[in-house]
Design a protein around this ligand. Structure first.
Ligand SMILES: [Fe+2]
Length: 295
């Protein structure tokens, strides 16, 4: 598939990371180069599953940054339906405005997990909980900065990678070079598709800055989030140095079979497939289900 025609390597947006230690997620605020417009990517709410307690430390840090720098939040992007943390998108939107966007294949994810959680007909499976649904190659603007969404399925059907000037936000495709790649064993995941999606990311310009969505500090190194396309192509332990599709799929499937489910997968999916809104019972109380032996 072709590269987006509108890559502008001379645009250098300011990228501010926000690390959530509970889920090892890195959320970002990205500011257009010459103006106050910004976008929040993969905002996190903190959730104590044992207590059923939802708090907002991570999202509050993003809000403090945006307000402190007098920025205007135009977009709130979810790179995909996360399985390891609850989205802070509606919390940010309520306080700062902005449109919540995700990949159009969210409808596939909603169909799959609507069944798993035995949701009723009131749960819409058409993506209408979100303000914008992106398809491959769609562009949008943050102030004057053009942004492009690439459809990169494999980890999940709705995964998108977002390009903003000389920065690319990899979502759950690539991790840091010593971390490799995201798992591909969730419902709707596919290791071969993930390899193909990663090849599209690796075809971006060498010097493009690449920001990952997760880092686990392999080997005890400090948490990191920024690398480049050239570094990934040369040194990524799963796909670097020209690793073949066949070898990648064999490695990924063997490795995924050993991985435990993320601790927050059941709460996270129920909330994130609703654009971050927590479902409510008839009396308006926020409640989550734990379906038994379903995933
Ligand atoms: Fe993920």
């Amino acid at each position: 598939m072709p590269l987006p025609a509108d890559i502008q390597m001379d645009l250098h947006p300011k990228v501010t990371p926000f690390f959530d230690a509970q889920s090892n997620t890195i959320a970002y605020v990205v500011q257009e180069p010459d103006g106050p417009a910004c976008v929040a990517i993969d905002a996190v709410m903190n959730f104590d599953a044992a207590a059923g307690r939802l708090t907002s430390e991570c999202a509050d840090a993003m809000i403090a940054h945006i307000e402190g720098a007098n920025l205007q939040l135009e977009w709130i992007i979810e790179t995909h339906v996360h399985a390891d943390h609850l989205s802070g998108a509606p919390y940010l939107q309520e306080r700062l405005g902005g449109k919540i966007g995700i990949g159009a294949q969210i409808t596939t994810v909603q169909e799959t997990f609507g069944k798993v959680f035995n949701e009723g007909t009131e749960f819409q499976r058409d993506g209408s909980q979100f303000d914008a649904l992106f398809t491959d190659g769609d562009t949008y603007h943050v102030g004057a900065m053009p942004c492009t969404a690439l459809h990169t399925p494999g980890h999940t059907p709705a995964c998108m990678v977002h390009i903003m000037g000389d920065a690319v936000f990899a979502g759950d495709t690539l991790f840091m070079p010593d971390g490799g790649s995201a798992r591909a064993d969730f419902p709707g995941g596919d290791a071969g598709q993930l390899y193909d999606s990663i090849q599209r990311v690796l075809a971006l310009p060498d010097e493009m800055r690449l920001f990952v969505c997760h880092d686990y500090g392999p080997g005890g190194r400090a948490i990191a989030w920024e690398t480049t396309i050239a570094e990934q192509r040369a040194a990524n332990i799963h796909v670097g140095a020209g690793a073949s599709r066949e070898a990648f799929v064999a490695m990924r499937e063997a490795r995924d079979a050993q991985l435990a489910m993320p601790k927050l997968i059941l709460p996270a999916l129920q909330v994130n497939m609703r654009a971050g809104d927590v479902p409510e019972d008839d009396a308006g109380n926020m409640v989550l289900k734990i379906p038994v032996n379903r995933i």
